[in-house]
Design a protein around this ligand. Structure first.
Ligand SMILES: Cc1cc2nc3c(=O)[nH]c(=O)nc-3n(C[C@H](O)[C@H](O)[C@H](O)COP(=O)(O)OP(=O)(O)OC[C@H]3O[C@@H](n4cnc5c(N)ncnc54)[C@H](O)[C@@H]3O)c2cc1C
Length: 401
């Protein structure tokens, strides 16, 4: 039988990496994921294993000690990891976005300083755009940096930092009016600062506080936090790329590859939900036969599998487009939108197939049911994806009358 979500045209190296990751997921993640998630426990042993596999440096160039792999390889690994436990893919996702932004936009000194230690998993990245008053509308950011000699002084409050506590390097987007006259478009007066800090909670650097973990309905294990800057002093050489006013574009570039990553997570969670559903449907009997033999359940399985295939194909297409050096915002937006919506639907169908047992914490589907909604929100909601897709369509299909 053809298995779902296969990818044609992979190199031997890609196949080998994927098989190693899949093996790790089956042996080290799936057996412990639900228990750790219920305890909201950080999966330290799993993270150590990922470090050993070199996953923190998967896309970092070889000259900095990484594996120099493509976005496609990365996304396929994320899909496998999310199949095991979505939170683990969240631990590497923000790290990956920050490493990508450094690789694309950092000064040579910044790359030399951070990338080798990021590849080894010693420095771990988080990124911070959202604030208590905004998420979708990034241009409304109010946190501010003011120049003071060779330093900038940062003030403001940030919200929803994935890995806010465990990370040691946060890419923070703030408004920096210096050099930008009154009336400059909001997105042209934003700067990304590379903020180094101690891991943990409380005052992790003078002027920088990580108050504690936000209590969430799912996506547990991985820490999500606020970040408070109160007179935080950052040297000018920690402006990403060395020039102020480019932060918005740098972050959007990072989020674009992040969207492929979230699509891959949706694919992984949906695959796991399908696996659980198809397995349960063959074990549970009603009215004298396995429920898989009732046409209504078979139709559900058919719909779920079709959605898994479609989402995988779109995610792979978006990753390949970026790897070819082309703009991929349309494909990434579509893949993120479709994969997250389908993920939610496939998970719900697998939950229904489980009947009452899906509601029991003993069954893995209960965890997936609480995890899937996060993918509808992170890296831009469905409405934001549709805005991006719509704008791009009107560019491509401009009326020529
Ligand atoms: C678990 C978790 C982890 C996160 N991790 C990070 C992180 O690491 N770093 C980070 O910076 N952020 C992170 N976020 C924040 C996330 O990116 C935002 O929550 C998301 O962008 C939505 O923003 P919001 O919550 O402010 O919703 P809002 O922007 O207030 O939107 C509310 C609703 O209005 C809709 N809406 C908004 N504007 C429009 C419009 N113009 N047209 C139509 N509908 C609209 C939205 O789609 C949504 O349905 C995380 C969030 C969560 C829940």
């Amino acid at each position: 039988m053809a298995r779902l979500a296969q990818t044609a045209g992979l190199t031997d190296i890609q196949r080998e990496i994927l098989s190693t990751v899949r093996d790790f997921v089956d042996k080290e993640i799936i057996p412990v994921a639900t228990e750790l998630e219920h305890r909201d426990e950080y999966p330290q042993a799993i993270v150590d294993g990922l470090k050993e596999l070199g996953l923190f440096g998967l896309m970092i160039p070889e000259e900095y000690g990484g594996l120099g792999e493509s976005l496609l390889t990365y996304a396929l690994c994320v899909e496998e990891i999310a199949r095991g436990w979505m939170s683990v893919s969240g631990i590497i996702n923000t790290h990956f976005i920050v490493a990508y932004m450094l690789k694309q936009h950092g000064t040579q000194e910044q790359k030399d300083h951070f990338l080798p230690r990021m590849a080894a998993g010693e420095v771990r990245g988080a990124f911070s755009m959202s604030e208590p008053g905004l998420g979708s509308d990034v241009s409304a950011i109010t946190s501010k940096a003011v120049k003071d000699g060779d330093e900038y002084v940062l003030n403001g409050q940030k919200m929803w930092l994935t890995n806010g506590g465990t990370s040691t390097l946060v890419a923070v987007l703030v408004r920096s009016d210096e050099g930008h006259p009154e009336g400059t478009a909001p997105h042209k007066s934003m700067t990304t600062f590379l903020v180094e800090k101690e891991p943990g909670f409380g005052e992790v650097r003078p002027g920088l506080t990580i108050p504690g973990k936000i209590d969430k309905m799912g996506y547990k294990g991985v820490d999500t936090t606020e970040l408070i800057m109160d007179g935080l002093r950052i040297p000018a050489n920690r402006v990403l790329g060395g020039v102020t006013g480019r932060g918005f574009y740098q972050m959007m570039d990072g989020v674009e590859v992040g969207r492929v990553n979230v699509a891959a997570r949706g694919c992984g969670v949906a695959q796991r939900a399908f696996e659980l559903g198809v397995s349960y449907a063959q074990q549970r009997h009603t009215f004298g036969k396995a429920i898989a033999q009732h046409q209504a359940i078979q139709f559900k399985l058919a719909e779920m599998a079709t959605k898994v295939e479609a989402a995988h194909a779109m995610m792979v297409n978006a990753a390949r487009k970026k790897d070819s050096g082309e703009r991929n915002d349309l494909e990434a937006g579509m893949a993120k939108y479709l994969a997250s919506e389908y993920c939610k639907e496939v998970v719900e169908d697998a939950f229904r197939i489980h009947g009452g047992y899906g509601f029991s914490k003993e069954y893995e589907i209960e965890r997936l049911y609480r995890e899937a909604p996060m993918l509808l929100i992170g890296e831009g909601t469905a409405e934001i994806q549709k805005m991006i897709i719509g704008r791009r369509l009107l560019e491509e299909y401009r009326f020529q009358g």
